[in-house]
Design a protein around this ligand. Structure first.
Ligand code: FMN
Length: 133
């Protein structure tokens, strides 16, 4: 991620259990890297985040203005291959977020960053990173 910072793009890299899901609407661009465990289950570190996202009172505009990409880590030997990435992608769309990468299109992070830069223009702001734990 150093190369992103060097190019003037402030980046916070953190485990999802260190991220306050309630602050998601305040993010401009979020890249999720999620794995699938069990039989299509979320890893323990993602359970609280996922439970929050499934709340019924969140509407289709909740994530308006948030751009995201989901990268899935899985094993095609399992029946529910990359299930968590798939369901996270669907839920983010339902909540009004905008995908910057088509689902199932696995690009290099550098390419994702190039897309974010295009979307964001010169409006990257310093000092607005989520807190890391
Ligand atoms: C107990 C167990 C259950 C898993 N279940 C799934 C699954 O349902 N779907 C899937 O796509 N991958 C599944 N995986 C694969 C993991 O997601 C994968 O091992 C992980 O992303 C790390 O990749 P690596 O093994 O190449 O390091 C499972 C792995 C383990 C050990």
């Amino acid at each position: 991620m150093h190369w992103m910072r060097r190019r003037g793009c402030p980046v916070a890299l953190l485990s999802i259990d260190c991220f306050n899901a309630g602050s998601l609407p305040h993010e401009d661009n979020v890249i999720f890297v999620v794995s699938t465990t069990g039989q299509g289950d979320t890893p323990d570190s993602m359970k609280a985040f996922w439970k929050f996202l499934l709340q019924r009172n969140l509407n289709q505009w909740w994530l308006e203005g948030v751009h995201y990409a989901v990268f899935g880590l899985g094993d095609s030997g399992y029946q529910k291959y990359n299930f968590v990435a798939e369901k996270l992608d669907k839920r983010l769309l339902d909540l009004g977020a905008v995908a910057i990468v088509e689902r199932g299109q696995w690009l290099l992070l550098k390419e994702v960053w190039a897309m974010i830069s295009t979307l964001q223009g010169s409006s990257w702001r310093d000092g607005e990173l989520p807190s890391q734990c």
